[in-house]
Design a protein around this ligand. Structure first.
Ligand code: ZN
Ligand code: ZN
Length: 337
């Protein structure tokens, strides 16, 4: 019997297709070896710095000049930016109905490693820690610009997740608006807070710990689980156990632990699904709505092992062909070291 499940934090309904359920190991995809000579044309490889816009920020060996090799993390403006930095965030209305504004924003690319064929699952943990420290620095810098409402940090890994560039990189986009689907999450969390006096995410963490069957991994300060109403197979959440609504509230020294648990989760996904394409997104409250009691920052990993089809697009109801409890068990049992 399929199950309709509602995510208590977003009120989104998901169909868990128990009778069409696949075994978690049936979904492996992916390519592990890069084609030869790919690096010769890669704009993100060291030595090719002139092929990218001027760097905004880098972690580099002392004494090396910007836009030359010697870096281990490099942030550049996106050459094909979705938004442009200049302009003001004034809203306009046409015919008293159609609201519009300038497409202002920052769109940055964070090159995660000088090594072309690495991914977070194959990098040393120290490098992953540096990535999170750099995310944090850029988040803080961009949120100082009062025109921006939201800083979205995300990663597309592989063709099905929206990137054709193999060199490991993430993107950071600052937007002057809070999109509706984020606003919806925040409002549902606020409603939950009004009813219960607690943060729905803190409550989810507590109940998931009590039940245990959807937990993938846990450290002192973070927990990884498959949401009760996962929209797609192996949807995975990494969330801090202590309440905080913005990503930049993570103390820098805790980025090491976040790197450890994120890398562990991605190694397990890499091994169990044979290097699948995936996206991850850091969800955080809007810049001007800091320290919210009812919202909680987290990272969501979405392996792209099934395609979104007409029914999902039309109805907004997802059909998930892997039971979240089986996915969690499978990931728990996949060796890490
Ligand atoms: Zn490269
Ligand atoms: Zn919370």
């Amino acid at each position: 019997m399929p199950e309709l499940r509602q995510n208590p934090a977003t009120k989104e309904w998901v169909i868990i297709a128990t009778d069409r359920a696949k075994r978690p190991e049936e979904l492996g995809t992916g390519v592990i070896n890069p084609p030869p000579n790919e690096k010769d044309h890669c704009p993100f490889c060291p030595g090719h710095e002139k092929l990218t816009p001027t760097e905004i920020f880098s972690y580099r060996t002392y004494g090396t000049a910007p836009n030359t090799p010697g870096w281990w993390i490099r942030v550049i403006p996106n050459k094909f930016a979705a938004l442009q930095p200049e302009g003001n965030p004034d809203r306009f209305q046409m015919e008293n109905l159609f609201l519009y504004m300038n497409g202002i924003g920052e769109h940055e690319v964070l090159i995660e490693s000088p090594e072309h064929a690495q991914s977070i699952a194959t990098m040393p943990e120290k490098q992953v820690e540096e990535i999170f420290l750099a995310y944090r620095e850029r988040y803080i810098a961009l949120s100082q610009d009062h025109r921006f409402e939201m800083i979205t940090i995300f990663k597309n890994h592989g063709l099905n997740a929206g990137t054709s560039l193999r060199h490991p990189h993430s993107q950071i986009i600052a937007t002057p608006i809070t999109p509706n689907h984020i606003r919806h999450r925040i409002e549902e969390a606020m409603r939950y807070f009004d009813d219960h006096g607690t943060c729905v995410y803190c409550d989810m963490i507590e109940k998931e710990k009590k039940l245990g069957d959807r937990i993938v991994a846990e450290t002192d300060n973070f927990i990884v689980f498959e949401p009760f109403a996962s929209r797609s197979p192996f949807e995975t959440v990494i969330i801090p156990k202590s309440h905080a609504s913005t990503f930049d509230s993570i103390p820098p020294e805790r980025c090491k632990e976040l790197a450890y648990i994120t890398r562990m989760t991605l190694v397990k996904i890499f091994r169990s699904l044979n290097n699948p394409d995936y996206n991850y997104i850091i969800f955080s409250s809007p810049c001007h709505e800091r320290s919210l009691e009812y919202y909680h920052w987290y990272i969501m990993i979405l392996p792209r092992v099934t395609a979104v089809a007409g029914f999902e697009l039309g109805s907004g109801i997802y059909i998930n062909t892997v039971i979240p409890e089986s996915a969690a068990k499978f990931l728990r049992e996949t060796p890490f070291e």
